[in-house]
Every structure is written in C-alpha cells, then in structure tokens.
Design a protein around this ligand. Structure first.
Ligand code: ATP
Ligand code: MG
Length: 308
C-alpha cells in the first residue's frame, strides 16, 4: 500500500510536453498537460490510458530522453533538470531505469549476456570485485539459470527471458524507480504473470518503485497499489487502486470500466478516439463542475472535475 508517511522518491509537478512538427505549417501536439503525481518507495503505480494519451511521453521525460516544455520532475527532491555532467547523470541512470515493450531493442545483438553485464559493471559499478558471483546471484533471483543464459546472444533468448534479464540488471544496480512501458504486452499469459509476480516481489523486498504503463485494466488492478488514468494528455483520476476501481468518478474512467466486458480483456491499442458520446459526457461533466479543478475524493483519491 502507499505509505504516505514516507517521502516520495519521485515527484512530478505540472509536467507539460508540447511537440511541434511541420516546417511551413507548424502543428502543435500537447502530448502531456499539467500532470502531477508522486511515487513512493516500494509501490507499483499503473498509468493507464488509450493510445496516444501521453503515457510513453511521461516515461521518456522521467528518463530524461525528452525535455519537458514546462513543469518539473524531482528525484529524491532534486530537480532532474539541474543534473549536470557525466557523473551526476550516471548516478541518475543507475537509480532510474526503463524497461520497454520490446526487450530485443534494449540489447546489442552482437554482445553476449555476460558482456552486457560487464558493461554495466564498467559504467556503473567499477569497484565491484566479485562480478561473476554477483551476476549469478541476480540471475537466480529472477529465476534464470546463469549457466544457460550467460553465454547466449540476445536472439537466442525468449522475450520473457530478456525481460527477466532487464529486471536482473535493475536489481544489480539497486534501481529505485523502474519505468516499465508496456513491459509484458508481448508475452504470453503465463510468462506475463511470472514477470508481474517477480516485479511485485522485488518492490516489496528492495523498496523499488515501478511506473507500470499499460492498456490493460485487469493487469493494472492485479499489480498496482496506485492507479492513474490518463485521457488526452491529462491525468483525469488517480488514487489507491481499490478506490479508483470501485468508485470511479471521472466519466472517462467510468467509461473504461464499462467497456471491459470481462476480466483479462485487452483494449485495441489502435483505437485512438473514444466514442463521441463519451467526449460529450466529459464536456458536460467539466461544464457542470466549473471552477472545481481537481477534487480530493479521499486522502488517496483525486479527480479532475473541470478544466478551469
Ligand atoms: N517525437 C514526437 N513528435 C511529435 N509527436 C509526438 C512524438 N512522440 C509522441 N508524439 C505524440 O504525442 C502524443 C502522445 O504520445 P505517446 O507515445 O506518449 O502516447 P501513449 O499514451 O504512450 O500511446 P500508446 O498507448 O499507443 O503507446 C501522440 O499524439 C503522439 O502522436
Ligand atoms: Mg506508449
């Protein structure tokens, strides 16, 4: 559960990202609009929303792969925009890492697994003496057999094994915040559950926090302590998972739950627009709550009631 007595490990404040494209006719996309949230140690937070709602863009800003247009991200109370120089950035990436949908893209196809780990030591942990023993230990923790994977090339391993390797790397580095973007969506159901349970165990035992980006409401419910719902760049509802799922207030969240016919259903990520009726419902909801902005439903449940 979210332990509010602890200090947040990551704090995002009014984060906004506007993309501009086109040379002669500039077009602007407001991918993320004034998003604020806090992550606490040892918790899993789901970020859920339709395709194009801005989830990956948030993850990329936290990983410093994109620069925010406005707003701030604090890691352990330090504004990450103020990190300077190789040493500070290295320390940041030691503590904040991403795991993505396609694990193949995270590995150099020419390097065997042992070489990948060697590079992790060279860059982040140069003083470690018992490298091999440590590597074997973290591999065993993620249920991989060191003998079987250490001398393999990435293409010789399955998607599930590669994701376990990425989690092993996070363990080795003692990562504090893991951005897991559609982490398990390419895996089959049983492999998925194995990875989810592994993540949950690691969070409990090490205090690592996970930002779990997904389309899948059932998975979000299964794994997360805290849930955030995104709609067109805005965080429209956030709170303790049980509260958001059992007492959804925002019309978009309510529509999401209505549209899930049964547990385990996946949305079609290609479906870009919610039906017009929902857009109308949302507009009416904002109009009828004019002036309220964010409302606190309970100490751990917040809803966007109006845009003014
Ligand atoms: N580099 C970019 N340049 C211009 N527009 C971008 C760029 N990256 C993302 N966008 C736009 O920003 C919006 C949010 O994209 P984002 O990838 O964050 O969505 P998402 O919620 O992760 O979607 P999905 O569930 O499909 O992964 C989209 O409209 C997208 O087209
Ligand atoms: Mg995405």
């Amino acid at each position: 559960m979210v332990d509010r007595k602890q200090e947040p490990i990551l704090r995002v404040e009014n984060l906004t990202k506007v993309f501009s494209s086109g040379v002669f006719f500039r077009q602007f996309t407001e991918a993320v609009r004034e998003v604020s949230f806090e992550m606490y140690p040892g918790t899993i937070m789901s970020l859920i929303g339709e395709s194009g709602s801005g989830k990956t863009t948030i993850g990329r800003m936290v990983l410093k792969l994109l620069r925010p247009t406005a707003g701030k991200i604090y890691f352990q109370e330090q504004d990450i925009a103020t990190l300077r120089g190789k040493a500070e950035l290295r320390e940041y990436y030691r503590r904040v890492q991403g795991v993505f949908q396609d694990p193949f893209s995270s590995f150099n196809p020419l390097f065997r697994v042992d070489r990948v780990f060697d590079m992790v030591y060279d860059v982040f942990l140069p003083d470690v003496k018992d490298r091999e023993e440590r590597t074997r230990e973290v591999l065993r923790k993620v249920n991989l057999n060191p003998e079987r994977v250490l001398h393999q090339f990435p293409h010789q391993l399955s998607g599930g094994q590669l994701q376990r390797l990425l989690i092993a790397r996070a363990l080795l580095l003692d990562v504090k915040v893991l951005i897991a973007d559609e982490l398990i969506s390419m895996l089959d159901a049983s492999t998925r559950m194995g990875i989810l349970n592994l993540l949950a165990d690691i969070c409990q035992s090490t205090g690592m926090s996970v930002l779990f980006i997904t389309h899948d409401l059932a998975l979000g419910y299964y794994i997360s302590d805290y849930t955030m719902i995104m709609h067109r760049g805005r965080l429209v509802e956030q709170g303790a998972t049980a509260e958001v799922y059992h007492n959804p207030i925002h019309p978009y969240t309510r529509m999401l739950f209505r549209s899930v016919p049964d547990i385990g259903h996946r949305w079609d990520p290609k479906e870009k627009f919610v039906p017009e009726q929902v857009s109308r419902e949302i507009a009416e909801f904002y109009a009828s709550n004019s002036g309220r902005g964010f409302a606190q439903v309970s100490s751990s449940h917040k809803v966007l009631m109006s845009l003014d």
